[in-house]
Design a protein around this ligand. Structure first.
Ligand code: IMP
Ligand code: MG
Length: 178
């Protein structure tokens, strides 16, 4: 347990544990990475994970182009929910392999939308790396190729993830206790 600004947070994954997993993921990604790779990080939640992952990928010998996409997801978790592009990537992905990076795979609707968008633009392949997998919540046909941790069924914060715009800066992942 740790207290941050008067809130008690139960630490689920420490900074050290996350660091070990990110290194493992980077080595797995490097082992299957194709030439001319574009990393597409989904804002905002994935920015800390992506920042650590690309540096670990450097140590594993991969030099990707790095891009960001911002997506809004209305009614995420529902079948009828809609995904919109708030800020698009700059790169042309036609003929290139893409690694899509996000914090959490839950319903899968956001990432299924992003994957299909990039494939429709001619990406040769779109692999998916997520730090956390909330299994049992899928509403779209999608699974990640690279997964850090299986996520317990709590709303989690830290390491880029927020609740009401708070706690993105925490170096660990936890859940806010009442
Ligand atoms: P989905 O897979 O389309 O349902 O969307 C997953 C997205 O919802 C993630 O990228 C996060 O931005 C957000 N999300 C889901 N669960 C959590 C959580 O426990 N904490 C913070 N954000 C979450
Ligand atoms: Mg997100």
């Amino acid at each position: 347990m740790i207290t941050v600004r008067g809130k008690t947070i139960d630490v689920l994954f420490s900074a050290e544990e996350i660091g070990v997993e990110v290194g493992r993921l980077a080595r797995e990604i490097a082992a299957s990475a194709a030439e001319d790779l574009v990393v597409v990080s989904v804002l905002k939640g994935a920015f800390v994970f992506a920042a650590d992952l690309i540096r670990a990928m450097h140590h594993a010998g991969v030099a990707p182009q790095v891009e960001f996409i911002s997506l809004s997801s209305y009614g995420a978790g529902t079948v009828g929910g809609e995904v919109n592009i708030l800020r698009d990537i700059d790169a042309d992905v036609a003929g290139r392999p893409v690694l899509l990076v996000d914090d959490i795979l839950e319903s899968g609707r956001t990432l299924a939308f992003a994957r299909d968008l990039l494939l429709s633009r001619g990406a040769t392949r779109v692999d998916l790396a997520v730090l956390l997998d909330k299994e049992g919540h899928r509403k779209a046909e999608i699974e990640a190729d690279f997964v850090g941790f299986s996520c317990p069924d709590y709303f989690v914060v830290g390491y880029g993830m927020d609740v009401g715009h708070a706690f993105r800066e925490l170096p660990f992942i936890g859940r806010v206790l009442d």
